[in-house]
Design a protein around this ligand. Structure first.
Ligand code: DUC
Ligand code: ZN
Ligand code: ZN
Ligand code: ZN
Length: 484
């Protein structure tokens, strides 16, 4: 049965034009005027865009003594409700665990996904087995490896391990990702704050200032340069991290930066709310920043020095957040956002004039598909591409509230925000998953999207030079110092 999306304006990362789209099975088969199909989806007054891709989510992830509350079913359903048709989750081995063993667990967890998904693999420890398994991981369609520079004593890797892993990525045609925060400094500041009696959620932000992130971002850039590999910095939240990315790019390095919708639209005053629950529910790493940093992130999206917008969706219930009463270091880090990313970015980015509609598509979908090597199957409106589409009604509005959200948690960090711009239809590989407020998703229809190693041309185009051993200097006996 074919479908035609009729009467809308197609908006891609580079074009805006009026045309219908014919979908057969899970693919776009034709784009043109006056198309007909078995079923008609009315897109009059709407923009038809590539479905959103969230490059950074944590679904049912074991973390800080618990696991994040949204799994692949509720998480992907939330995404679809907000126009996101694909997520990239982090496969997180316990330190010392086999990567392939962790991957098998993740494959099982993803069984009920309502949309397509892919994985990044986290490198949480370093040994010969990890080194060897990385090649098999790439063969299985995972070309990105995440490194935590924070969470000391748990997930953090040290610089020697990170350098070794980055070099391995270079050899395999993979790209490293980093969570850039100096974990040693964070741990010291946490202990100092606790010792001084600062145990509330506001101390979480005091323990992770922008300098801590800027230092780590700069360090990761330099280590990537030495390893001769591109770099993707997740959740860049401040001017200092943005600065590191911008400087590296100016020098010709392929360094990518990912702000989150939370950091773009919410600020650090949230942590000073007198209600403990309110503040704790907003504890994530890095923490929310002030307006100066927010302006820097918006400027980065406008100028292209930052390329994508994600959520880091890692939702915890009220009860889980309360594990940290009396000790902010035990508040599980993470917030939701999957359902709200696109409407919030449209409202605060496109409607304010900060971003064009085409830039909106680029940062929510197309750039992500290109950077993660799944374009044009994803992130494109082209014949032959997957029919992951959102029919976006720029006049539909709602007030965000946890009462009607898809996420299983009881609150929403964007509670009360009025958004204008919502999906009329969301299609995931040709199936209508959302029709206005009606949820038609089917758990289990989502598929794993493999992403090949980066083609050699990506590396050849970069200006990085391989580190070659300096030639050994031959010395004669008369030029040697006398022995001691
Ligand atoms: N930050 C969070 O807030 N949650 C998950 C992991 C992370 O780095
Ligand atoms: Zn260390
Ligand atoms: Zn992180
Ligand atoms: Zn994360």
């Amino acid at each position: 049965m074919s479908k035609v999306i009729k009467g809308g304006t197609i908006v891609t990362a580079d074009l805006t034009y009026e045309a219908d789209i014919l979908v057969e099975g899970d693919k776009i088969v034709e784009i043109g005027k006056n198309l007909s199909g078995d079923e008609v989806l009315d897109a009059t007054g709407c923009y038809v865009m590539p479905g959103g891709i969230d490059p950074h989510v944590h679904l049912e992830m074991p973390f800080m003594g618990t696991h994040s509350a949204d799994g692949f079913e509720s998480g992907t359903r939330a995404g679809l409700a907000g126009g996101t048709t694909m997520v990239v989750d982090f496969c997180l081995p316990n330190p010392g665990q086999s990567l392939l063993e962790a991957l098998a667990i993740w494959q099982q967890k993803s069984g009920l996904a309502c949309s397509d998904y892919s994985y990044h693999m986290a490198i949480t420890s370093w040994n010969e087995q990890v080194f060897n398994e990385m090649s098999e991981v790439v063969d299985r369609g995972i070309n990105t490896f995440k490194h935590f520079m924070a969470y000391k004593g748990a997930l953090m890797v040290d610089d020697d391990e990170m350098f070794a892993s980055f070099q391995r990525c270079a050899a395999l045609g993979a790209m490293p990702l980093v969570h850039a925060e100096n974990g040693d400094v964070v741990a010291t500041m946490q202990q100092k704050l606790l010792a001084e009696g600062n145990n509330g959620p506001e101390a979480h932000a005091y323990s992770r200032p922008p300098e801590v992130e800027g230092e780590a971002a700069n360090r990761a850039v330099m280590i990537a340069d030495m390893a001769g590999v591109p770099l993707y910095i997740v959740h860049a939240s401040c001017e200092q991290a943005h600065e590191a990315i911008r400087r590296a790019r100016q020098k010709g390095m392929r360094v990518f930066g990912e702000p989150l919708i939370q950091h773009l639209t919410l600020d650090d005053s949230e942590y000073r709310n007198p209600d403990w629950d309110h503040a704790a529910q907003r504890v994530m790493s890095p923490p929310f920043r002030n307006k100066q940093h927010q302006d820097s992130l918006w400027a980065g999206l406008q100028s292209g020095s930052l390329q994508v917008v994600a959520t880091d969706h890692c939702a915890f219930t009220i009860e889980q957040k309360r594990f940290g009463i009396g000790d902010f270091t035990k508040i599980p880090n993470g917030t939701g956002g999957l359902e709200d990313r696109m409407p919030m970015l449209w409202t605060y980015g496109v409607r304010t004039g900060r971003l064009t509609m085409n830039e909106f598509v680029a940062v929510t979908s197309t750039n992500i598909a290109k950077i993660l090597n799944m374009y044009p199957r994803k992130g494109a409106i082209l014949e032959g591409a997957d029919a992951d589409l959102v029919v976006w009604d720029p006049n539909r509005s709602k007030t965000i509230t946890s009462k009607s959200q898809q996420s299983v948690i009881e609150y929403n960090v964007f509670e009360g925000k009025e958004v204008v711009g919502l999906p009329r239809f969301t299609l995931t590989r040709g199936r209508v998953a959302i029709e206005e407020s009606t949820i038609k998703t089917e758990p289990g229809v989502g598929e794993f999207i493999g992403r090949d190693a980066y083609p050699a041309v990506n590396k050849a185009l970069s200006q990085w030079k391989e580190i070659t051993a300096p030639r050994k200097v031959e010395r004669k006996a008369e030029n040697m110092p006398a022995g001691v």
